[in-house]
Design a protein around this ligand. Structure first.
Ligand code: ASP
Length: 329
């Protein structure tokens, strides 16, 4: 009997070694997919593609693909990742929408703080308010006069409720005390194409998407959403919206990386290390900074600090959104 107990005890100790082996990460036969909850060609998409490239080497040459799962301001893609197999092969790159959607959606199909593993913040990006090229106004003061003269006729594009462009548009309409018709797209990639074509009037979007179009004069620029001006060559003269008279107007967009809740800790560690390596990759830094983004170089690259930051953003923007009385059923 004693012998039997001893045998069982030894078997129990050895069990992990002989049990099912931990799944290999990254798997040789399975790509890592970064879900972008917006259409291809927009700013979240471009960060994800640059990040995928920069994370490939630190993940041992793994194949990393971008999966555009667009719609409902990013919440469709986020939900896809919340429900995905938690093995590290499905990740989410989402922006400030991670923090604005809890207040905007009454029936959000996932729990923002509970259903994801937080992997680290990636970058922060200013936004710019831009207009179709045929708007006669050439600066913010002229734009205000033109807006007042065209009340009720103007529209503002965005990437759906919960998108950065939606939040910025909301703040803008509040600041100028005017409502505009909002036109939702599946991402600001397609929205900016329509703006250039003159189908919509205004858009507020990440500088990583607007800079090249402003510089090539395909769109008109009216202001920067951050408290300080852009440092991007050629755009240093563009005033901030605060300078242009919108007191206290300030919004910066951040992007973060997430995995489904329950992803094994050793896998999360590998992804976080690869993210940190990517954020130090000279080519990634050159691409991002060249378009006005700032790479996160503080504690928010650590999962716990990333999560703390998102919780604070949920509180901050939730109050703003609730006071505006905007929400989706
Ligand atoms: N920048 C977009 C937004 O408005 C989304 C996108 O990346 O297409 O949130």
């Amino acid at each position: 009997m004693i012998k039997l107990f001893q045998t069982l005890a030894v078997a129990a100790v050895l069990a992990p070694a002989f049990g099912a082996p931990a799944a290999e990460f990254p798997a040789k036969d399975k790509p890592i997919s970064i879900v972008v909850p917006f259409a291809a060609g927009g700013p979240t998409d471009s960060v994800a593609r640059d990040l995928a490239e920069a994370m490939r080497k630190p993940l041992g040459g793994a194949r990393i693909v971008v999966d555009n799962a667009a719609g409902a301001g990013g919440t469709i893609g986020a939900n896809k990742v919340a429900k995905a197999i938690a093995d590290g092969h499905t990740l989410l790159l989402y922006h400030i929408g991670m923090a604005t959607s809890p207040a905007l959606y009454r029936n959000l199909p996932y729990r923002t703080l509970e259903d994801f593993e937080y992997l680290g913040l990636v970058n922060e990006v200013p936004m710019t308010l831009i207009g179709r090229p045929s708007i006669p106004a050439n600066n913010f003061a002229e734009l205000r006069t033109w807006l007042n003269a065209n009340k009720g006729k103007l529209n503002l594009a965005n990437a759906g409720l919960g998108a950065a462009s939606h939040l910025c548009g909301l703040l803008f309409m509040q600041a100028i005390g005017m409502d505009m018709i909002t036109v939702p797209y599946k991402g600001t990639g397609p929205a900016i194409t329509d703006l250039i074509g003159g189908q919509v009037d205004l858009l507020c979007d990440q500088t990583t998407n607007t800079a090249t179009h402003i510089l090539s004069r395909k769109v008109k620029a009216y202001g920067v959403t951050t408290a300080t001006r852009l440092t991007t060559p050629g755009l240093k003269d563009l005033p901030t919206l605060q300078e242009a008279g919108l007191k206290g107007f300030e919004v910066t967009i951040w992007h973060g990386l997430y995995a489904p809740k329950g992803t094994p800790p050793d896998v999360l560690k590998k992804i976080n290390s690869a993210l940190k390596a990517a954020l130090k990759d000279p080519e990634f830094i050159r691409k991002e900074e060249g378009l006005g983004a700032v790479i996160v170089a503080d504690q928010r690259v650590e999962p716990a600090e990333h999560k703390k930051f998102v919780a604070a953003e949920i509180a901050k923007w939730g109050a703003v959104i609730r006071s505006a009385g905007v929400y989706a059923e």
